[in-house]
Design a protein around this ligand. Structure first.
Ligand code: FES
Length: 189
């Protein structure tokens, strides 16, 4: 089993890798981030895997590579050994993981939960085009066969609100003294 985790996708991938190993699988984890500061849980992933490959875009830690590079090497150099690939991370990463495994016919599961809005099946915001018809991520997923996802459609969908998201990040960076409502009313206590 190969688990490919990118960025914050490392967190939801951890219990999957851990339980795959607990079930007796040989687990290889490939985890990547833009730089060393954005990597986390190396210790947990080391414990949850038999082999751990770390990549950073800028080479500040581990291998300077995209996660698809070691993945392609595994598929090429150990033919028939990889029976399934799991991928959780940025949409573009899951797209290229799926494109990498497709020629090798290795089943690939991707997690599309980041496109969900209300998560109840009512808003329609998580509708995703698949080659076998439209699906709702919160009802039919969130895990899907990566080889059936219409990635062109999905990548453009997740960019609809890019400007607004960037503005929200910039606003948050300027208002660092923001007090969370959860703290204000003592819910966290
Ligand atoms: S998140 Fe709203 S319908 Fe799925």
């Amino acid at each position: 089993m190969v688990c490919v985790a990118g960025g914050v996708g490392i967190a939801p991938m951890y219990p999957i890798a851990r339980d795959l190993k607990k079930a007796g699988n040989h687990v290889i984890v490939i985890m990547g981030a833009r730089n060393k500061e954005l990597l986390f849980w190396e210790d947990k992933m080391t414990a949850a895997s038999d082999e751990l490959i770390i990549c950073t875009d800028d080479g500040s830690y581990g291998r300077k590579a995209l996660v698809t590079e070691p993945l392609k090497e595994l598929l090429t150099e150990r033919p028939g050994e990889v029976v399934k690939v799991w991928a959780i991370g940025p949409t573009i990463m899951m797209k290229f993981v799926s494109f990498t495994t497709q020629p090798f016919n290795v089943p690939t599961i991707v997690s599309l939960n980041s496109i969900m809005i209300d998560g109840t099946g009512m808003c329609g915001g998580c509708r995703v085009a698949m080659t076998d018809g439209a699906k709702f991520v919160c009802v039919d997923g969130p895990e899907f066969d990566g080889h059936l996802v219409d990635w062109g459609n999905l990548v453009s969908r997740v960019q609809y609100y890019k400007d607004e998201e960037q503005a929200a990040v910039e606003h948050w960076q300027q208002v660092r003294d923001h007090e969370c409502n959860l703290d204000r009313v003592g819910i966290r206590d």
